[in-house]
Design a protein around this ligand. Structure first.
Ligand SMILES: [Zn+2]
Length: 130
């Protein structure tokens, strides 16, 4: 179990990067495709505004390339090396993986991106719970 307070917690759960108290997303389930990129304006706990600037999340595209490649490599290794599929099958396994995991990849990349710029702040949590 990953504890609140680590960046990994915010990245994997999509929670507020500053207080980790609630999800940044309007809909938690990434497979509700119409809502996959809908991020709340601000955290209702610590009032952090998630968009530092209007086009803030465009930068997360760079992260999504990296995460996409990681997923692709994983799919290739599993199908080609472990399941000993043909190269063509491995190719389709990569495509299939990227399609199936696209909503997760998109969110993970945004979570990583915002966690580069914002950091967990214990005081924000204490203020609310004391
Ligand atoms: Zn917060």
């Amino acid at each position: 179990m990953i504890k609140k307070g680590s960046k990994l917690y915010s990245i994997l759960t999509g929670s507020c990067p500053k207080c980790h108290q609630e999800s940044m997303y309007e809909t938690k389930n990434p497979y509700v495709l119409s809502d996959v990129l809908k991020i709340n304006e601000e955290c209702s706990h610590c009032h952090t505004k998630y968009r530092i600037e209007p086009s803030f999340f465009y930068g997360s595209m760079y992260v999504s390339y990296a995460i996409g490649i990681a997923f692709g490599v994983a799919a290739f290794v599993i199908s080609y090396l472990f399941l000993e599929s043909s190269l063509i099958t491995a190719f389709f396994a990569i495509i299939g993986t990227l399609v199936v995991f696209a909503p997760i990849i998109m969110r993970l990349s945004r979570n990583v991106w915002i966690n580069i710029f914002m950091h967990y702040d214990e005081n924000l949590v204490k203020k609310k719970t004391e």
